[in-house]
Design a protein around this ligand. Structure first.
Ligand code: ZN
Length: 243
């Protein structure tokens, strides 16, 4: 089975449509959360996701916040401003879709899915090998797919040495996976590794092959919609620079 793995789309429809076109035919789509927040297209992004057959979608911290299940004060001023705007803009049907998404981890075959980490699915960032090592104790499957950090990377556990190594793949570097690994496809709608192209991954469940990818999209078009909606200028600038 060929699975499209995406995360942190953040209401950026142009980036997500570029990813869907670049990925080609897939059997399933696994979305690791943060569908909304930051970007100008909250309704459009939820509707695009709802139109996909065989979608599994997790709830991220921005999604939880827009549903009113979390205090907005935990977000910085600009992120909060976008969330308030999006909360107002979202239709009842699209709110209902977000409300139907799980906050806990899900298991699909040999893979555990979480937004942040298996230990703390909504909030924890896996940014270093120490936090990754601790999280290997919180899931049972061979692999765990996470988002949240917006950094395309993988953490491999060497069971004999009980050590975790971090690998930031080169563009189009395909990995033949061996248990156990925590993998992050990167962010579709707001990459933070200084490469502004949309990030995602293709996972081949039969061969256990992970292919991280990047695709260009029309960033000025999204920046223009951010400005037209009077959303924070910072969110427009960072898209162009990848941070
Ligand atoms: Zn995010």
């Amino acid at each position: 089975m060929r699975v499209l793995v995406v995360s942190d789309i953040h209401a950026n429809l142009t980036a997500f449509d570029a990813v869907l076109a670049d990925a080609g035919a897939v059997d399933e789509v696994w979305c690791l959360g943060d569908v909304i927040g930051y970007g100008p297209d909250p309704n459009e992004i939820v509707e695009r996701l709802r139109s996909l057959p065989k979608l599994t979608c997790m709830l991220g911290n921005h999604d939880v916040a827009v549903l009113g299940q979390m205090d907005f004060a935990v977000f910085n001023t600009e992120a909060r401003k976008s969330l308030l705007w999006q909360k107002k803009a979202l239709t009842p049907e699209n709110i209902a879709f977000l409300e139907s998404l799980p906050q806990e981890t899900l298991v699909r075959g040999d893979v555990t899915l979480a937004h942040g980490s298996p230990r703390d699915p909504v909030w924890e960032y896996i940014l270093n090998t120490l936090v990754a090592r601790l999280n290997f104790e919180s899931f049972q499957t061979s692999y765990c797919f996470v988002g949240h950090s917006h950094i395309q990377c993988l953490f491999q556990l060497d069971r004999d040495k009980d050590r975790v190594s971090l690998n930031v793949p080169r563009v189009n570097e395909v990995s033949q996976l061996t248990p156990r690994v925590i993998l992050n496809p990167g962010s579709v709608g707001q990459p933070r590794d200084r490469d502004p192209r949309a990030a995602y991954a293709i996972y081949d469940t039969d061969g256990q092959v992970w292919a991280p990818r990047r695709v260009e999209y029309n960033i000025p078009e999204v920046q223009q919609r951010i400005r037209e909606a009077n959303l924070p200028e910072k969110h427009a600038i960072r898209l162009g620079e990848g941070w």
